[in-house]
Design a protein around this ligand. Sequence first.
Ligand SMILES: Nc1ncnc2c1ncn2[C@@H]1O[C@H](COP(=O)(O)OP(=O)(O)OP(=O)(O)O)[C@@H](O)[C@H]1O
Ligand SMILES: O[C@H]1[C@H](O)[C@@H](O)[C@H](O)[C@@H](O)[C@H]1O
Length: 379
Amino acid sequence: MLLAAEPDDAHEEGENQQLLITTKGGPGLEGLVVGSYCHDVLIRGGRVVGETLGGAAAFVSNVLDAASPQDAALNGTAPFVVVAKVGHDFVYASAPAPARHPPLLCASPTTSFHAQFSETAASAHAPDRELRRVRACDPIYPADLPDRRFAYGLAVGVAGEVLPETLERMIRLCRAVLVDAQALIRAFDGDGAVGHVALDDTPYARLLPRVAFVKASSEEAPYVGVETTRQRCCVIVTEGRDGCRLYWDGGEARVAPFPAVQVDPTGAGDSFLAGFATGLLWGLSATDAALLGNFFGAAAVSQVGVPTFHPKMLQAVKEILEEKTTKRYSPCINGTSFTFEKSNLHNELHAALQEAAMLMSEQQQADKANGNGGDICSP
Ligand SMILES: Nc1ncnc2c1ncn2[C@@H]1O[C@H](COP(=O)(O)OP(=O)(O)OP(=O)(O)O)[C@@H](O)[C@H]1O
Ligand SMILES: O[C@H]1[C@H](O)[C@@H](O)[C@H](O)[C@@H](O)[C@H]1O
């Protein structure tokens, strides 16, 4: 499939061409993450059981910082810019993700969600929480984005803050744009309760042919309309503990999950998308990259809030990527087409990541034994 995020005028084409030349081969693969940080209040049985940093941008930058290919010229950090907005009431400015990627300060309050968790254990596909947006920060406008070119962009709004014109600007600035459906189809009633609208009825629909990937949870998938959308871009449907499925024009694949003891489902989809993008950046095919998505989705549900990755586990993941990829840093994300199919390395990659996932569960057990592991899933 041809990369959809093509420029639509000659001037843009010239600039994009330049980006392709200057970023070929690795360093300079700068990304653009657009979506606001927020406050999450986790409630169970009418009782507040956790207050955490939220916003897809927080979970996404956490994974990109940890696992995407690093740039020696930037002291080994992953090159990407986050455009997020918060109010003066934002309480997590010194948490690792916002400290590394500071948000824009607004006069309006920080976006805030109340997540009401059900008292009974959720099934793999049933909604496990009801979300209410209780405060909303300003939208992110096209003029808030840096005026330069990026290799890839992630549109990861949580409260309708990524406006259609902002997504359009991202498409013009970035060679490949990956979108979380929740940024496009969320609707809020008078009480802030989060519902969904059909993607085709939104002003975002016309932009889909210029988007590379749309990720939706199984709850969101019916609103995205997999069969129509897969003809415009690749659709990834995440299925909680069952892993995920990819649908492109002409094929589909199921990608197996990694084991996890879920203590908080928040941010699983965000971490999945960032893991997936990381896989593309390392040069994997989309179906192989989804393994990395599943890996980081599983890591996210194993901790409350934005997860901290154990250095041993991260080291293992990096060694696997160094070994299994040919260090063709992101020819997919940076080139003009994507490979979707499973490679013949898929099963090996899955097995190797499964071993790294063991380190994750060892850490979880150690945290529990030391009384550090929160759990908002068990009554
Ligand atoms: N219990 C689990 N065990 C293992 N992996 C999981 C589990 N829950 C989620 N994941 C991983 O995370 C990915 C995303 O999860 P899910 O489908 O629940 O996303 P989501 O509903 O968008 O999450 P959120 O809105 O909370 O960020 C899944 O595809 C899977 O790879
Ligand atoms: O922090 C979370 C997270 O980013 C989720 O992906 C999103 O669904 C919620 O709205 C948000 O509160």
